[in-house]
Ligand binder design. Structure first.
Ligand SMILES: [Cu+2]
Length: 286
């Protein structure tokens, strides 16, 4: 089946810091005159070859997905919002008939794969009430995307009763475009929260890989194509593909060193992964 660009993407991502609830230590009564400190809803998803363990229904509003990968293959959550009353069955039928990716399945991101099975990544985004699907479009070594091995799961989002949290405050804002990653300031060592936006018409993602000393982003890409010898880097987090107008917030523990930034989304024009169009970058974290 012809899975469109983001379906052959390899996404990745890491931990998100939540707004912690304020603890007074005393059994004090909430003061209605003070605004409540709201934390995002947290949804834990476990992935393994080849399925998701996840709730069927969650509330709308700001939601942190924590993805734990039990492996052994890499797995991410490519979240899509199904519009116009469409269902996951509709999407799978549409793709099985080799149609192009439908406009009614909007990519909204989600955490990309933890670097090593057993590790965890996070991604925070705003969910609107409606019908969603969790997909894993990372390919197996045999080239078959996991979505074709049954790694799909529906998710129903119902309206939250009260107010919901804002997106977590970001240390750095990153803007994705055709075909670039721009940040408003350098990413420094430590646990950093990054708000990622997409200003392009087509979906993009950002995948972070911590490079081994002396290795480059190109070394990492070559290894992904043909894994031989010791890995030149390690996937540490990022977003899955998301459309224009969507924001994802990710938190990653950055160590000093070199990092590769990668987008694997297939191009809307020629189908080549975006890194082939130059959407690959290397940054130094100090
Ligand atoms: Cu891209």
């Amino acid at each position: 089946m012809s899975v469109r660009p983001s379906l052959t993407s390899l996404g990745l991502l890491a931990g998100v810091i939540l707004l912690g609830a304020c603890s007074t230590g005393e059994a004090s009564r909430p003061d209605p005159s003070e605004p409540a400190i709201l934390a995002p809803q947290e949804v834990v998803v476990r992935a393994r070859d080849f399925l998701f363990e996840a709730p069927d229904t969650v509330f709308s509003g700001t939601t942190t997905f924590r993805l734990i990968n039990d492996g052994p293959e890499f797995h991410h959550i490519q979240l899509v919002r199904l519009e116009d009353g469409r269902t996951l069955d509709d999407l799978m039928r549409h793709l099985a008939e080799r149609n192009p990716w439908p406009a009614w399945a909007l990519e909204v991101g989600g955490p990309n794969t933890p670097g090593i099975p057993g590790e965890e990544t996070n991604g925070t985004l705003e969910l609107q009430p409606g019908s969603y699907a969790l997909l894993c479009v990372i390919p197996s070594p045999d080239g078959t995307p996991h979505i074709m091995k049954g790694m799909v799961r529906p998710l129903t989002v119902i309206t939250a009763a009260g107010p919901t949290a804002p997106l977590p405050r970001a240390d750095v804002v990153m803007v994705l475009d055709d075909y670039s990653f721009e940040t408003d300031r350098p990413i420094t060592a430590g646990r950093r929260t990054i708000r990622v936006e997409n200003t392009a018409a087509q979906p993009h993602e950002v995948v972070f890989a911590k490079l081994e000393p002396g290795k480059t982003a190109m070394d990492f890409l070559k290894f992904m194509e043909n894994p031989q010898g010791p890995p030149p880097g390690k996937l540490v987090g990022g977003t899955s593909g998301f459309a224009h107008g969507v924001a994802n917030v990710v938190t990653i523990d950055f160590e000093p060193g070199e990092y590769a930034l990668l987008c694997f989304i297939p191009d809307a024009g020629d189908g080549a992964p975006h890194f082939m169009h130059g959407m690959v970058d290397q940054i130094t974290v100090r």
